[in-house]
Design a protein. Structure first.
Length: 100
């Protein structure tokens, strides 16, 4: 048995196929939306964890740092402490373009 008819059938089918594969714009939008939502949720989780960790560290260190900075600015000891602790984190966030 010869495979010539089958080979001819496949060749004829190959010539009828479009050069560009078909795509579904609705499917593409749904996939992009799902990917975007996933990245957004990941960023929100990272931001929440970062804020929680920062709050914990600030809560633990604030009493000690307030005493230390009280000599520099007696009336604004805790405010100076908070500014000096948060300033580097804001610089890092804005330097990266708020990509967490």
């Amino acid at each position: 048995m010869s495979n010539d008819p089958l080979k001819a059938l496949f060749e004829a089918d190959a010539t009828r196929r479009p050069a560009v594969p078909a795509h579904d714009p609705v499917f593409q939008m749904r996939v992009l939306e799902a990917v975007s939502r996933k990245h957004y949720r990941q960023q929100q989780v990272r931001l929440a964890l970062s804020c929680g960790l920062f709050t914990l560290i600030l809560g633990l260190l604030a009493p000690y740092l307030a005493e230390g900075f009280a000599h520099i600015a007696p009336q604004q000891g805790l405010m100076v402490t908070a500014i000096l602790i948060t300033l580097p984190s804001f610089i890092l966030l804005f330097r990266k373009g708020l990509k967490l």
